[in-house]
Design a protein around this ligand. Structure first.
Ligand SMILES: [Zn+2]
Length: 51
């Protein structure tokens, strides 16, 4: 399970894949995978893609 965050409104949703349409914006937003940024991750929050 991944955590996705809307880049526009910050809405987060847990799913295998990001939703087609943001339930909050009601439009096609860009969803960022923030799985390792949430406290529940218990990790350092580092993302190898951003290093
Ligand atoms: Zn949104």
């Amino acid at each position: 399970m991944n955590t996705w965050k809307c880049s526009k409104c910050g809405y987060t949703v847990e799913a295998e894949a990001p939703p087609e349409q943001c339930p909050s914006c009601n439009e096609k937003c860009e969803f960022l995978n923030v799985t390792c940024y949430i406290p529940e991750c218990g990790d350092t929050g580092s993302d190898p893609r951003l290093s």
